[in-house]
Write a protein that binds this ligand. Structure first.
Ligand code: A3P
Length: 308
């Protein structure tokens, strides 16, 4: 069933928004902003689509039960781990979502943002029967790399002394030989894989079922970006979406561990990487994908949200 652009939310089966991105792309911020809408319920990362059925999810990602229970709390219909397990035993993942939709008030929409969905094309394929609206969130690869390296550095500082001393030394040598330390190069490869997976999956999704958001544009111009995104979905933007509750502490396994450190929507992360990296350090395939995604090089103008 195809609908005119901006009419997705008017469909009777419009129950799910999926935010697809690489980790460290500002996905927690976007989730909280969208969750500010009176029709959108947005718990922490659910990880459901990563697995074919409820049992596999339960065994392989036990921490995500916290997100599922949070969803029921947000709906004011609390459940326990054992009540959920009893209800979902034997269900395929598509049936789990359908079961969840049954708890949503009329017109309410579940938002599921789990960056790990971008790791695997079969995860993305699994979402198709649910007819979701896809929000493709993209961030400059060096922003993602820089953010990842800083998080890992913070973790390293908590480790015993030898690792703390030897690793920076090794990284300094790697920088001299390859332009980027191995940890950054690895994150670059992951950014490419995840964004390629999402990009090629969305090619087969109708234009009225998707929109793209650029992190840099989101933090600089939150109001027009939210307005355009809501318009693409067919819902009316609400003012509280651009005044997100940024002091929420996230479970570090289910979202940005430093989310609560921001007092407001902060423009600084959009360009903080420029102090440490430059685009000449990126591989040609990364630069090519940046161009395809409409991510502007620091040397040219700005991009914005595109209803795809
Ligand atoms: P940095 O580490 O570069 O600051 P994700 O939630 O997808 O893991 O993304 C994490 C990134 O989102 C972090 O990037 C973080 O700063 C940024 N972010 C989180 N809250 C933000 C806010 N209130 N304003 C601007 N950026 C924010």
């Amino acid at each position: 069933m195809h609908t005119p652009p901006g009419m997705w939310a008017a469909r009777p089966d419009a129950r799910l928004i999926l935010v697809l991105s690489s980790e460290r792309s500002g996905s927690t911020l976007l989730r909280v902003m969208l969750g500010g809408h009176s029709r959108i319920v947005a718990p922490q990362e659910l990880f459901l689509l990563r697995y074919p059925d409820f049992e596999t999810w339960r065994t392989r990602k036990p921490v995500a039960m916290e997100s599922l229970l949070e969803l029921f709390d947000l709906l004011d219909r609390p459940q326990t781990e054992s009540s959920v397990t009893a209800s979902c035993r034997g269900m395929s993942m598509v049936d789990v979502y359908k079961w969840l939709f049954g708890f949503l008030p009329v017109q309410a929409i579940l938002l599921d943002k789990t960056p790990a969905y971008a790791n695997d094309p079969s995860t993305l394929e699994r979402s198709a029967p649910l007819m979701p609206f896809y929000v493709q969130l993209v961030r400059h690869p060096l922003g993602v790399i820089d953010s990842h390296v800083r998080v890992k550095d913070r973790e390293r500082r908590r480790r015993p002394l030898p690792g703390r001393v030897l690793r920076p030394l090794r990284e300094a040598i790697e920088r001299l030989t390859d332009g980027l330390p191995a940890i950054a190069r690895k994150r670059e490869a992951k950014w490419v894989t995840q964004n390629l997976n999402v990009q090629s999956f969305l090619r087969q999704v109708p234009a009225d079922q998707q929109a793209k958001v650029h992190f840099e544009e989101l933090v600089h111009n939150p109001e027009p970006v939210m307005r355009a995104l809501c318009e693409a979905m067919g819902i009316e933007a609400e003012p509280q979406m651009v005044r997100p509750e940024t002091r929420q502490v996230m479970n570090p396994n289910l979202g940005d561990p430093n989310f609560h450190l921001h007092g407001t929507i902060d423009t600084q992360p959009a360009a903080s990487w420029t102090a440490r990296y430059n685009e000449a350090q990126l591989r040609p395939e990364t630069l090519q994908l940046m161009q395809e995604l409409g991510i502007q090089s620091r040397r040219s103008g700005a991009t914005s949200i595109h209803a795809a």
